[in-house]
Design a protein around this ligand. Sequence first.
Ligand code: APR
Ligand code: ZN
Ligand code: ZN
Length: 361
Amino acid sequence: MAQQVQAVIAPGKNEPVRVETIQIPDPGPGEAVVKIQACGVCHTDLHYKQGGISDEFPFLLGHEAAGVVESVGEGVTDVAPGDFVILNWRAVCGQCRACLRGRPWYCFNTHNAKQKMTLLDGTELSPALGIGAFAEKTLVASGQCTKVDPEVAPEVAGLLGCGVMAGIGAAINTGQVGRGDSVAVIGCGGVGDAAVAGSRLAGAAKIIAVDIDDRKLETAKKMGATHTVNSRTTDPVEAIRALTDGNGADVVIEAVGRPETYEQAFYARDLAGTVVLVGVPTPDMKLELPLLDVFGRGGSLKSSWYGDCLPSRDFPMLVDLHQQGRLDLAAFVTETIGLGDIEQAFARMHDGDVLRSVVVF
Ligand code: APR
Ligand code: ZN
Ligand code: ZN
């Protein structure tokens, strides 16, 4: 029997989102219905609403979520009703070239639910990042569910499903930040702050936060930044070099996604250092670099996709570290809101007032 629940829909390009009743089918083979307890509001949800990701409206928004498995379909053995899970948008297939070569974080053969959720008139919904969790319940592939310690607060756990994982993973997985390293993070929004927190977890000795907004630098300090640089008033490359005995940082993480900040990251790294691009550029962006500088400075230029995470490995670990008081995920939650407040949350995000607004059910 299909169920009816309340959910937030983006009906058309740039149209305001609205709360609607949707229909959720019973889980089919390999699928699960999850009762959502919390879901963070991410920039990507706004990009869906603006038509920047796909034109397959209407979208069922929300993808940074945690909840409890309500029912599972045939053949599902990895999760069971009652399990507390974090949802992920990268259920790896285990069979593609990336998976078989041991690089499952580059699996693009994502497993989503095969059945569709619909509006009451039968119109099929496109769930954001294959999840759609601004809803009392949602239908996903069971591989999108990762069991974690049920004692953790849902509004904190859900954040690991996207932005916070992207930032922490940029530091610990992609950047391979090590004990005693110096790290610089350029752009300290939610993703950059998570990269700061990840660098602290990894034991970095110096963590230099760079932003153009002093409010962001204050928050970055709470996440573990040991030094801050306002790049509106100070040349960040010179400042990072000065703070690292003239060398540059071992790892520089770019969390803005712009050519000028990438160029700063490139020159702020130590010889043989690592640059990690986690900010997402737009298709028109270009950057010219002297090839001799690429050659002469050595090291590696990497990009980080969803923090190069493995949900089954990283979600439970980060929840446990949070529960032990070694990673303050609660610091990322600026406010909790209701399902009807998402338009206002988008506006506050745009103004740079919040790290994360989280819908709680
Ligand atoms: N130099 C330094 N910091 C900058 C600059 C700049 N030129 N321009 C913007 N910033 C800062 C902003 O002040 C803000 O603190 O970068 C931060 C960006 O943060 P958010 O807008 O909150 O974005 P966030 O969610 O952190 O995502 C950052 O990662 O996943 C991607 O698509 C996402 O590209 C985006 C990036
Ligand atoms: Zn795969
Ligand atoms: Zn997201």
